[in-house]
Design a protein around this ligand. Structure first.
Ligand code: ZN
Length: 187
């Protein structure tokens, strides 16, 4: 007899259980938050550099701002840097394959507008918020649940910030990715 495939709800429940199991103590949460926030800061800084390379200063500035925000966030997490995270990020039980706040660079288009950059940032901030919300719901102690809820709130503020920036940069017109002189064009 073939076992039936798990439903999406069952998979979500499994992932949630894994996240909850990985964050048992305050130290676990701090460690994970430190990696999560500093990774986000690094990735945003990297994206800012990439956009500079493509002479897209407007988008570079958006990512540089995000890098600064996440860098501040990482600093607020009271894990002494000398201790450093005990485990590498890929050993964590993340939701999905990437750290919740990591923006996959495959999603970048070299002509990407600030609007697209902000959509990416929004998705990643939402994922970070969702991660902390899961911990806030399922962590074994009240202390960890409260702390995670606080962090989820901060991520929600980041989402709001990005949403505000999005108002300034509405969806560009069709053809935003048309390049009259594409980099791979043959002469
Ligand atoms: Zn954030």
């Amino acid at each position: 007899m073939t076992p039936s495939m798990p439903t999406k709800e069952e998979i979500d429940r499994d992932v949630e259980a894994e996240v909850a199991a990985a964050v048992k103590s305050r130290a676990d949460l701090m460690e994970m938050a430190y990696v999560l926030e500093s990774e986000a800061a690094d990735r945003y800084a990297e994206l800012a550099d990439q956009m500079e390379v493509h002479n897209n200063h407007e988008v570079a500035e958006v990512f540089a701002k995000m890098a600064a925000i996440e860098g501040e966030h990482a600093k607020k997490v009271d894990l002494r840097p000398s201790e450093g995270p005990k485990r590498a990020p890929w050993e964590y039980r993340w939701i999905g394959f990437e750290a919740p706040e990591t923006t996959p660079s495959e999603d970048l288009h070299y002509l990407m507008t600030p609007h697209h950059a902000l959509i990416l940032a929004k998705v990643n901030e939402q994922r970070a918020e969702a991660f902390y919300r899961v911990v806030a719901r399922l962590a074994p102690t009240q202390e960890v649940r409260d702390l995670a809820a606080e962090m989820a709130e901060e991520e929600r503020e980041h989402v709001e910030l990005v949403v505000k920036w999005l108002e300034k940069y509405p969806e560009p017109e069709v053809g935003w990715d048309d390049d009259p002189d594409p980099p791979n064009a043959l002469d």
